[in-house]
Design a protein around this ligand. Structure first.
Ligand code: ADP
Length: 635
């Protein structure tokens, strides 16, 4: 979560920087204002001194004029005669008026300006504002000099101050009396006001700075800061998009990596990657488990590998070089490896080129399958089918011998009987030739001996008694079919097994019944193989178990869609040595029949509804006999 918000960090830092710059600008403005204020105050003080001094000097000059008038005869002409009056008027006096003790005008200069009357004079005195200077003469009369405060200011304020400030005289109500400029008052400029008493009562000197300190939020820096913030905002937005797409990609990559490692770890196939020199650069969990070494131990190793059996290192090295040269067989190759605990196991290895994202060949990827168990099963299956074939041959041989014995028994008995008859007749009718008699007796003995041998062979061959036990016919069928399944797959014969789950258990010799099932299925498969099937029709064998109507018997049907029986009956098929196969013996069905009958059952053959043959074996559920004698079997 924290990492996701990292994109905002540059923005936050930039904003902090901007805030600092703004604070600095503000502080700077404040300092400048303060400096300007201090300067303004000091300039105002100095100007106050100058203006006061000027007014006092003018008052002194008026007093000197009054003294001159008092010293001479006081006539109106005397007033205009003095050069001091002209000089005063030349400076900034507007007029000069001489009032007697009763405030009547004695004289007024210059003559064209309206004289100040007593009422005006009193009013101006009452208002406290005086643009007048007055001086009293000893005879009670008063000399009043009216002057222009504006001219006074212009003449008094130094040029450098006039450039810096608007200088004004204002009264206590704030009304402007005089100003060095005609312009309006500069509203938000710094100003300072200072009283002029006692030089001029009720008047204030006001200085207004012409330069205005720009507020901190005006001007180029703030434009630049705003531009900077905008730029940073845009960059942050782009950064955020970039970070988001990177984190999306990272998320996808992580998910994929997790998937991949989960898949690799759940694989039972070992994986190993090697670089072009044959160094192991990656092994998965399955391979590590196979050889009993941790991936960290294996990664980085160069041949010879620790899992190579020590006594065949040279041979494996040759194979390794072949693989590194890109000559590994595409269909994979078998090898034998050694577990860390010393146990040898067989593996199947498939090598493939390993290429990087740009398609460069960077090594080899190997998938390794442990085939030890598979090989063991195959071997067991092979041995089982060998044993089965061997047993089948033995059984058949026994049956052949038994049949032969049965067939030979009668001729041998006949030979013995005829021989005995001939001997008896010879003995009765004439003196027999003792040599012929002896020979005939020998013949009888040999025939009897042969009969006994044949009898013994039969007894020996048919001595195996059925091992009767309760068993499930379904299981027996499954067991028999399982042994043939591969063979049928090879011959592309489809096998359908339909077992009735309700089938009652039977008492039988499971091994013998299984042999019958195997025989019937094999015959069906041979029949299917003997003809060319029409294209599109599949070869099919159906094996099914079902109870018969009265539930005292169970039945097994083996149905094929081969050429069928073509009118042959079960007796013909079961006849000893009857076969239509080139390498057939013709004993299979004969043996089946004797086994079935030994179980008091019935073997039958009929045509299947869709063409083909249906061989059925019916067995009693409850077999009353516990064992069968050879005679019964023969019967
Ligand atoms: P073999 O298999 O050695 O020929 P069998 O006694 O098992 O001896 O079979 C005898 C003959 O019965 C076979 O040669 C064959 O002609 C015929 N036969 C057996 N099963 C079938 C079947 N499912 N379809 C057609 N013919 C069959």
């Amino acid at each position: 979560m924290l990492r996701r918000g990292l994109w905002a960090l540059p923005l936050l830092i930039s904003l902090a920087f901007v805030v600092a710059v703004l604070a600095w600008l503000r502080a700077n403005e404040h300092n400048e204002l303060e400096d300007q204020r201090m300067e303004l105050i000091s300039d105002a003080l100095s100007l106050q001194v100058q203006v006061s001094a000027r007014i006092e000097r003018e008052a002194g000059l008026l007093d000197a004029l009054a003294a001159r008038l008092a010293a001479h005869p006081t006539t109106p002409a005397a007033l205009s005669a003095g050069a001091d009056v002209q000089q005063g008027l030349h400076r900034f006096w507007v007029s000069i008026t001489w009032l007697d003790a009763a405030n009547r005008i004695v004289a007024h200069l210059p003559e064209q300006s309206p004289p100040i009357d007593a009422a005006q004079w009193s009013a101006s005195l009452a208002a406290g504002l005086s643009a007048h200077l007055s001086s009293r003469l000893p005879d009670g009369s008063t000399l009043v000099a009216r002057y222009s405060p504006t001219d006074m200011l212009r003449q008094t304020v130094p040029w450098w101050l006039a450039r810096k400030y608007d200088v004004r005289l204002v009264d206590s109500f704030g009304d402007v009396i005089a100003s060095t400029t005609e312009g309006l008052r500069l509203a938000d400029h710094q100003s300072h006001r200072i009283g002029l008493a006692p030089a001029i009562d009720d008047a204030y000197l006001e200085l207004i700075a012409r330069d205005r300190i720009r507020p901190w939020y005006h001007g180029l820096p703030i434009v630049m800061v705003a531009g900077f913030v905008l730029l940073i905002a845009v960059i942050t937005w782009m950064l955020r998009r970039q970070v988001q797409s990177v984190s999306r990609a990272e998320e996808a990559w992580r998910t994929e990596a997790a998937w991949r490692s989960a898949m690799e770890d759940s694989l039972t196939v070992g994986l190993r990657a090697r670089d072009l020199e044959g160094r192991l650069v990656y092994v998965n969990r399955a391979l590590a488990d196979m050889v009993g070494l941790e991936p960290e131990v294996l990664e980085g190793l160069m041949p010879p590998m620790p899992y190579w059996p020590p006594d065949s290192i040279e041979e494996i090295m040759l194979r390794h070089r072949r693989n590194m040269a890109g000559q590994a067989p595409r269909e994979g190759y078998e090898a034998q490896w050694r577990h860390r605990d010393g146990r040898l196991f067989d593996v199947m290895i498939y090598e493939a080129r390993l290429v990087d994202a740009r398609g460069r060949h960077i090594g080899w990827m190997g998938s390794i399958v442990d085939i030890t168990e598979r090989k063991r099963l195959a071997e067991r299956e092979r041995r089982q089918s060998d044993t089965l074939a061997h047993h089948a041959r033995l059984t058949m041989l026994g049956e052949v011998a038994a049949t032969l014995a049965h067939e030979l028994n009668q001729p041998l008995t006949a030979i013995s009987s005829y021989n005995a008859g001939v001997i008896n007749s010879m003995k009765r009718h004439a003196a027999p030739d003792p040599i012929v008699l002896r020979a005939l007796e020998r013949l009888g003995e040999q025939a009897a001996h042969a009969g006994r041998i044949v009898q013994r062979i039969r007894e020996f061959l048919t001595r195996r008694e059925p091992q009767l036990e309760a068993c499930s016919l379904n299981e027996v069928v499954e067991g028999g079919v399982a042994l043939l399944r591969r063979e049928l797959e090879r011959q592309r014969v489809q096998l359908v097994v339909q077992l009735d789950p309700e089938l009652p258990a039977i008492v039988a010799d499971a091994v013998l019944v299984e042999q019958v099932v195997i025989n019937l299925v094999r015959n069906a498969s041979d029949a299917l193989g003997s003809v060319e099937q029409a294209t599109g029709t599949e070869r099919r064998i159906e094996v099914r178990t079902l109870p018969t109507g009265d539930e005292r018997f169970v039945r097994i049907d083996v149905i094929d869609n081969g050429p069928g029986l073509q009118g042959r009956r079960i007796d013909a098929l079961c006849a000893a040595f009857y076969t239509t196969k080139r390498d057939g013996m013709g004993m299979g069905l004969a043996i089946c029949r004797s086994i079935v009958e030994a179980h008091h059952g019935l073997l039958d053959a009929s045509d299947a509804p869709g063409g083909g043959a249906c061989l059925s074996m019916t067995l009693p559920v409850d077999l009353q006999v516990t064992s069968l004698t050879p005679e019964e079997e023969a019967a």
